[in-house]
Design a protein around this ligand. Sequence first.
Ligand SMILES: [Zn+2]
Length: 191
Amino acid sequence: MASEAAVKRSLQSIGNMFSKGSWWVKDSLKMWTIQLQDIPDEALFKGVKACLRKAKKCPTVANLRSIIEADPSNQVGEPVLYKGCQACSNTGSREMARWYTEKGRQKVFFGLAACDCLKGRRLAVGAYEHWQDVVRMWEDSGSDEIFYTTHDHPVLTTEQRVTPEELQARKERAKAAEFKVTGAWRHAVQK
Ligand SMILES: [Zn+2]
């Protein structure tokens, strides 16, 4: 059965090949270990080698599995369903925020993208883009900062999703609404 150490080594060699940072290895480790649970270490290493020879872009755990499963000399079991994905809080979609400057103003776009867990893979078949593709696209189109949920940080903070300007406007709107409520209450009491 693939050990966490073997999965880590595999992720590191894939990461080196496709210039992924150590964050990528860390972020993928838990999920890959669970999804490769039924695969022996030797079959995993063989699969990674074959995968690196063929792959033109960074393989997903599903790509790697299909290569290992296609080799009849490998003994693989039943794939394990990934139940508790923290990166997407088990929704299948990760929160994404892109900070960019337009006509000198700071703007934020907030959206959702498919996670790489089992649930996310189902979404990715439909309208959802894979979250790593979204990051790449946003990097290419020039962004100030990009935030997304990970296994360590499953929720984006308000400060990551909303500009300080918008935050201030929201506070003022809330204050105005509060004033309106208090005013109405006073009016009712005076009657
Ligand atoms: Zn997920």
